[in-house]
Design a protein around this ligand. Structure first.
Ligand code: UT7
Length: 325
C-alpha cells in the first residue's frame, strides 16, 4: 500500500504587501526585485496573528476536502523551520487548533525542503502500517525572523501554510517515488545564529541581530537548480517513470531565475511548471503545498496527473517526490 493525497488546503494571511511598499523600508526597487527574483508581492502576518493558526486553517481545509474528521487523523506531522516556540514547537498548537484527539504530533525541521521530506516520511509510515492517516502541514512565518533593514533578504520572503492528508491507496496511485538528500558542508548557507542552545538569546545577541535569518544568497542560488534536477531524476527513476510522463513540476518557489534554470536543465516545456512566487514570494516549507492546493482547486491539476514536487533549503537539504494526483 502506498500513500495517496486525499485532501489539500492552504492559507495565506490577508495582508498583501507589494514591492513598492518595501521601497519605503529599504534601498530597493520594484524593478530590481522583479528582475532578480520574479516576486511582485507577498502575504505577511499582522503583529497580532499567530503563525501556527495558518497551519490550523490549511489543515482544516485539507481534512474538509478529504471528508475526514479530526478524530480520525492518526498522526500530525508539521514541517516548519521557525516554529511558534523552540519548545514545544508548532505541532501541539496545530493539533489543539484542529481538535485532534490523542493523535501523536511532531515538528520536522528540514528547511524549505520540509514539506517534501514530510510527505516522504509520512509515505514510509503509511506503507509500514504504523499510521494510516497522516496530516502533513507545511507552515512558515518568515516575516518573524526577517531583518526588515536587510534588503538582501527582506524582499524575498512571505508567510503562509499548506497541508495534505495522506491515506493508504493502491500501489499505482499516490506517492510513487521519493529522493531525499543532505549536504551538511553547506549548513551555514541559511542560518539563524542566536536563540538556540549553542548561542542562547541575550541582550548582546539581540543587539547584533542574531535573531534574524542570515543567508548566503549566491551560494544557495548556484546549488539550487542542480540539486533539484538530481533529486527529480532519482525520484522519477525510483517511480519507474520518465520526465515525459510528468504532467506538472512544482519546484520550491524561491526565485523565478532558479525555476528557469531548473526548466533549462531538465529541458521540459515551461507550461508544465507551476509558479506562484510572483504573488506569494518564498514561503519556505509552505511553498509547495500552497501551490499544489491552489492548482488542485483551480482545476489545473486533474485526478491521475503525475506531479513532481522538488525543493532545496536550509541544511542544506534537498529532495523530490513523485505523486499521482
Ligand atoms: O528558500 C531558499 C532561500 N533562499 C533562496 O532561495 C535565495 C537564493 N538566492 C537568490 O535568490 C539570489 O541570490 C538573490 C535574489 C538573493 C540575490 O540575487 P543576485 O542576482 O545573486 O544578486 P547579488 O546578491 O549578486 O547582488 C547584486 C547587487 C548587489 O549590489 P552590488 O554589491 O553589486 O553593488 C546587492 O547589494 O544587488 C544588490 N541587492 C539589491 N539591490 C536592490 C541585493 N538585494 C537588493 C535589493 N534591492 N533588494
Amino acid at each position: 500500500m502506498g500513500a495517496r493525497i486525499t485532501g489539500t488546503g492552504s492559507y495565506l494571511p490577508s495582508n498583501l504587501v507589494s514591492n513598492e511598499q518595501l521601497e519605503s523600508l529599504v534601498d530597493t526597487s520594484n524593478e530590481w526585485i522583479v528582475q532578480r527574483t520574479g516576486i511582485r508581492s507577498r502575504h505577511l502576518l499582522d503583529e497580532a496573528e499567530i503563525p501556527s493558526d495558518m497551519g490550523v486553517e490549511a489543515g482544516r481545509l485539507a481534512l474538509k476536502a478529504a471528508k475526514v474528521a479530526p478524530e480520525d487523523v492518526d498522526l500530525l506531522l508539521v514541517a516548519t523551520t521557525f516554529p511558534d516556540m523552540i519548545c514545544p514547537g508548532s505541532a501541539p498548537f496545530i493539533a489543539e487548533g484542529l481538535s485532534l484527539t490523542d493523535a501523536p504530533f511532531f515538528d520536522l525541521k528540514a528547511g524549505c525542503s520540509g514539506f517534501v521530506y514530510g510527505v516522504a516520511v509520512a509515505n514510509g509510515l503509511i506503507e509500514s502500517g504504523l499510521f494510516p492517516r497522516v496530516l502533513v502541514v507545511g507552515v512558515e512565518a518568515l516575516s518573524r525572523v526577517t531583518d526588515w533593514t536587510d534588503r538582501r533578504t527582506c524582499v524575498l520572503f512571505g508567510d503562509g501554510a499548506g497541508a495534505v492528508l495522506l491515506e493508504p491507496g493502491a500501489q499505482s496511485s499516490g506517492v510513487l517515488g521519493t529522493a531525499l538528500y543532505g549536504d551538511a558542508e553547506k549548513s551555514m548557507f541559511l542560518h539563524l545564529p542566536a536563540g538556540g542552545t549553542r548561542t542562547p538569546a541575550s541582550v548582546e545577541t539581540v543587539t547584533q541581530g542574531g535573531h534574524f535569518l542570515k543567508m548566503e544568497g549566491s551560494g544557495v542560488f548556484r546549488n539550487a537548480a542542480p540539486m533539484m534536477e538530481k533529486a527529480t531524476m532519482v525520484a522519477l527513476e525510483n517511480a519507474k517513470l520518465e520526465l515525459s510522463d510528468v504532467d506538472w513540476i512544482i519546484p520550491h518557489q524561491a526565485n523565478k531565475r532558479i525555476v528557469d534554470a531548473l526548466v533549462h536543465r531538465l529541458d521540459v516545456p515551461e507550461e508544465r511548471i507551476i509558479v506562484n512566487l510572483d504573488r506569494v514570494a518564498n514561503t519556505s516549507t509552505a511553498s509547495i503545498p500552497i501551490a499544489l492546493d491552489e492548482e488542485i482547486r483551480s482545476g489545473k491539476i486533474h485526478p491521475g496527473d503525475i506531479i513532481v514536487m522538488t525543493a532545496f533549503g536550509a541544511g542544506v537539504t534537498y529532495g523530490a517526490i513523485v505523486v499521482k494526483a
